[in-house]
Design a binder for this molecule. Structure first.
Ligand SMILES: Cc1cc2nc3c(=O)[nH]c(=O)nc-3n(C[C@H](O)[C@H](O)[C@H](O)COP(=O)(O)OP(=O)(O)OC[C@H]3O[C@@H](n4cnc5c(N)ncnc54)[C@H](O)[C@@H]3O)c2cc1C
Length: 460
């Protein structure tokens, strides 16, 4: 039975925190920093830079927050798509340890950012349970946890079947992994708090003003001082700045064909149930925690902040003819985990773009004088503010710190050093790809088959 009651294709989060309606300000032709994209990445960078006294203009092609930052599940995992074992293999012990240490710092930074700016966003450090659907998966998750603990210093608890009812009210799992350092927040309220803080500090945010082109990068040399200016075209005039951050993540569109070949948008869909009894919610999700699964086609869920509804998210199906069909696919996934919800209606559903990089690691780099921070592979609630901060610090370093000393000494100003274990060279392009992810339906089908082959099936 399909229970897609009529509901707007719009995030549940916008009920409490609708997208900001902004008065339009004139685009200033020059400023210190231009930021493209007013999600968590762009706004956190703008906040730090405006606080430090820089003139900052942030451009968004839609209302700020229209992208993933007001559409996400709000789970503050700060995870990497690569698991610890794969990260160790790909990065080596020293860099992998530095990356995992940074994920710990990034989670702490998110908490501090919320506290420092008094952002009322229902942040709760609830812990997160990740369910295993087979005994074989549980064993490999337990082994993986040991590597993770060695790299991160965080010891996940391995939950056996006998203790399962303390973590989840579902027959789908045979056990799982529990981590205390993860929680959830209200994503749109968090975004609104960042936006307010940026504007209070004099940052200018231009809504509905897409950047349509990167026009040119000009190198100028004044005395010993070598500097660079980047000019961008917006729909309301050109703008030049010495420092530019592109923070468009899964919504990068077509203005920058170079980045389009390096970032793959993948759609994720969320459904939120009608109001349920709080007792039912706390039976299904004891402790009202953040929840996830060990599957190739990842599914995640949590209670809404009032504890009255269940939010459930997963990849959109490989093929679907209508939104209603895509909603039903996710709703049936939810009913597979919780048969109690099989007759429960959906009160909101929406989709959004998650951005993947080829390496499955978040991307943080400077290319031809422009900073890029994106590709969080579905874990940007923690990583995006952190990368926004890292870029802001690097820009401040260029303006005030060692960067300026390098320039005064006549040394090349390109390749500023971003202080992050995840910062690196610009990534290689994805082969045979120019921004249209034609291969995704096949990838989704293949991953679904892998899940079936490994017995990762709902019991209902
Ligand atoms: C359905 C869904 C569920 C998710 N769940 C979670 C979760 O539970 N936990 C988690 O950690 N992460 C989650 N994520 C990922 C997380 O939301 C993102 O990683 C994060 O919000 C990225 O922030 P951002 O600022 O980099 O990008 P975005 O918030 O996407 O912002 C990019 C902005 O760039 C603007 N833009 C694009 N092109 C231009 C242009 N040419 N000119 C001007 N502006 C432009 C867009 O309009 C957009 O507002 C989820 C994502 C989705 C879609």
């Amino acid at each position: 039975m399909s229970l897609n009651n009529r509901h707007p294709e719009e995030p549940y989060w916008w009920r409490d925190s609708p997208p900001a309606v902004m008065a339009q300000q004139e685009v200033q032709p020059n400023c210190d920093v231009v930021i493209v994209g007013a999600g968590y990445t762009g706004l956190t960078s703008a906040l730090i830079l405006a606080t430090a006294g820089c003139s900052v203009q942030v451009f968004d092609s839609a209302n700020p927050g229209y992208g993933a930052s007001t559409r996400n599940g709000g789970i503050t995992s700060g995870n990497l798509r690569l698991n610890a074992t794969a990260a160790l293999k790909q990065l080596g012990e020293t860099r992998a340890k530095a990356v995992f240490a940074e994920s710990v710092n990034a989670r702490t930074y998110l908490r501090n950012l919320i506290e420092e700016h008094n952002i009322d966003c229902d942040y709760q450090l609830t812990g997160r349970f990740t369910g295993a659907m087979t005994h074989r998966d549980l064993e490999s998750m337990a082994r993986e946890s040991e590597v993770f603990a060695r790299l991160s210093g965080i010891e996940p608890a391995v939950i056996k079947q006998a203790e399962l009812s303390n973590y989840v009210g579902s027959e789908t799992y045979v056990g799982g992994i529990y981590r205390e350092d993860i929680g959830h927040l209200h994503p749109a309220k968090f975004h609104a708090g960042l936006l307010k803080a940026v504007m209070q500090r004099g940052g200018v945010v231009h809504a509905n003003t897409p950047i349509t082109k990167i026009i040119q990068t000009t190198d100028t040399k004044r005395l010993l001082h070598k500097s660079q200016t980047v000019t961008l075209r917006s729909s309301r005039g050109d703008v030049s700045a010495a420092h530019v951050l592109i923070a468009t993540n899964g919504y990068s569109g077509s203005f920058n064909p170079w980045i389009n070949r390096r970032i793959v948008p993948v759609r994720s869909r969320i459904v939120v149930t009608e109001k349920l009894s709080r007792n039912l919610i706390s039976t299904l999700i004891p402790g009202l925690r953040a929840m996830g699964e060990n599957r190739n086609l990842y599914r995640y869920y949590r209670p809404t902040p009032d504890g009255e509804r269940l939010l459930f998210g997963s990849r959109e199906p490989a093929f679907y003819r209508s939104h209603a069909q895509a909603v039903e696919h996710v709703r049936q996934g939810m009913a597979g985990v919780f048969p109690e919800l099989k007759d429960v209606a959906v009160s909101s559903s929406w989709a959004g773009n998650v951005a993947f990089s080829r390496s499955h690691l978040p991307l943080l780099f400077n290319h031809e004088g422009i900073y890029y921070a994106m590709g969080y592979c579905g874990s940007g609630t923690v990583w995006a503010p952190w990368f926004g901060r890292k870029v802001a610090e690097s820009i401040l370093d260029e303006i005030n710190g060692p960067g300026i000393e390098r320039k005064k000494a006549g040394m090349s100003s390109n390749a500023p050093k971003i202080q992050s274990a995840l910062a690196g060279q610009p990534p290689a392009a994805v082969p045979f790809y120019r921004g249209n992810p034609w291969f995704l339906p096949a990838a989704i089908l293949w991953n679904g088959l892998q899940d079936k082959r490994h017995g990762r099936l709902d019991k209902a």
